[in-house]
Structure formats: structure tokens, C-alpha cells
Ligand binder design. Structure first.
Ligand code: SF4
Length: 103
């Protein structure tokens, strides 16, 4: 028989950021809410999106930025950090996107 145990407040505090992020749930929308202009990205030297995104949605492969929106935390940091204005950003449709378990 399984017994549900409620975590203590101190245990929650001791979780690492990565552990807390792993508790979030996502309702993935087929409608992409962030569109990245890859031509502008390729011409960008700074590639700030790689460092701004806390969810690591942006990765560099063979000097080419690739993007995956599924783990997006909807913080908007990528859009703000991009000085090439290569990122078209909006919130996901209602009922989709991240569901925070903490914070
Ligand atoms: Fe990453 Fe935030 Fe941009 Fe989502 S909105 S892709 S979490 S930086």
C-alpha cells in the first residue's frame, strides 16, 4: 500500500534549483509561442540567448543556434536579451505552457 507523504518545509528549501524545475509540468501546445529568426541568429556574434535562458531552450550546435520551446518557463529573458530582435515572443495560448509547482 502506498502512503502519500507530504514534504516538510525544510525539505522543500533544500531542493536544488534543477530539482525544483524538474517538478514543473508542461502542457505542450502545437502552436509555437516563440519563433526564432535563424538567419539573424547565425549573423549574431553574442548569442545572448544561450546564456539568458534559465531552461536551456537554446543550444549551440556547430555554431548554429537551435531552439526548443517545450521546456520554456515563459520568463521572456531571451526576447529581452536579444539585441538583434530575432525572437518573436508571446505567451502560450490559455491552458498551455508551464505549470509551476514552486514559486
Ligand atoms: Fe528560455 Fe525564458 Fe525565453 Fe522561455 S522565455 S525560451 S525560458 S529565456
Amino acid at each position: 500500500m502506498a502512503i502519500a507523504v507530504r514534504r516538510s518545509k525544510s525539505e522543500e528549501i533544500n531542493l536544488k534549483v534543477e530539482d525544483k524545475l524538474a517538478l514543473n509540468k508542461f502542457e505542450i501546445d502545437r502552436d509555437v509561442h516563440i519563433i526564432v529568426n535563424e538567419k539573424l541568429c547565425d549573423a549574431c556574434d553574442l548569442k545572448s540567448c544561450l546564456y539568458a535562458c534559465p531552461a536551456e531552450c537554446y543550444t549551440l550546435r556547430q555554431n548554429h543556434v537551435t531552439f526548443s520551446y517545450e521546456g520554456c518557463l515563459e520568463c521572456g529573458s531571451c526576447r529581452i536579451s536579444c539585441d538583434k530582435q530575432a525572437i518573436e515572443w508571446r505567451y502560450p495560448r490559455g491552458g498551455f505552457g508551464v505549470c509551476y509547482q514552486y514559486g
